[in-house]
Design a protein around this ligand. Structure first.
Ligand code: PEP
Length: 252
């Protein structure tokens, strides 16, 4: 039985004080982190340490939204995995579609980041997903399979990786993939992992869905056999909504 995982991606929202306030509200409303669902939050870099101070000891994971693939050096504006580790992160999101779309994170770059994050002992949330154009052309499986294969190139052990399937057309748009549409892609990702690794690895890897998850659709999505939780953008900026989504995952 795979443990569900719900992570809030706060993107470029919340100042340090606002992030501290939101994380405190999440803790207040969530109560104990249940054994049936891991919970994480991914504030912007400046708020990582402050939020870590608030959530430390609660069981909620601190996640970063991105990392660089070099250890250190002249890379102005970038953040290394050692910095994230020291800030208290246990997860890092890699290959989010906004990074792919606006910041040149191609599959080979994503792969370098995945490997660097794993080498620092961080867990990785590897994001994949097709654009609307790709879905309409009928090449969703092809695109997602390629992102999974190239993202995991040279990764011997998938144990510290969570895959997030996030159809680009559903992110921040209010459009959600239907539970059946999402389930179909999740099953194909699991089959890809079986081919790359083996059946136990495929059975164990957690695949989150992301794309306009809300309290009203979370339960149906999380009830699908291959959907193991969610990567939540907009709805994670509201403590009540985020906690309701976590509760839906705990129940499923
Ligand atoms: C995301 O950015 O990972 C995401 C899923 O955003 P939203 O929930 O706002 O669609």
């Amino acid at each position: 039985m795979r443990k569900k995982i719900v992570v809030g991606n706060w993107k470029m929202n919340k100042t340090i004080s606002e992030a501290v306030e939101l994380s405190s509200a999440i803790i207040d409303q969530l109560g104990e982190v249940s054994a049936s669902c891991e919970v994480g939050i991914a504030p912007a870099f400046p708020a990582l340490s402050g939020v870590h101070g608030v959530i430390s000891g609660t069981g909620i994971h601190l996640a970063a939204q991105n990392c660089h693939y070099e250890d250190d050096g002249a890379f102005t504006g970038e953040v290394s995995v050692r910095m994230l580790d020291e800030a208290g992160c246990s997860y890092v999101i890699v290959g989010h579609s906004e990074r792919r779309q606006y910041f040149g994170d191609t599959n080979p770059v994503v792969n370098l980041k995945v490997k660097k994050a794993l080498s620092a002992g961080l867990n990785v949330i590897l994001c994949v997903g097709e654009t609307l154009d790709e879905r309409e052309k009928g090449i969703t499986t092809e695109v997602v399979t390629c992102q999974v294969k190239e993202g995991l190139e040279g990764v011997a052990d998938i144990g510290d990786i969570v895959i997030a399937y996030e159809p680009v057309w559903a992110i921040g748009t209010g459009k959600t993939a239907s539970s059946l549409q999402a389930q179909e892609v999740h099953a194909s990702i699991r089959a890809t992992v079986a081919g790359l690794y083996n059946e136990p690895a495929a059975a164990g890897v957690r695949i989150q869905y992301g794309g306009s998850v809300k309290p009203s659709n979370a339960e149906e999505l999380f009830a699908m056999p291959d959907i193991d939780g969610g990567l939540i953008g907009g709805a994670s900026l509201n403590a009540e909504d985020f906690v309701a989504i976590v509760k839906a995952a705990e129940k499923s």
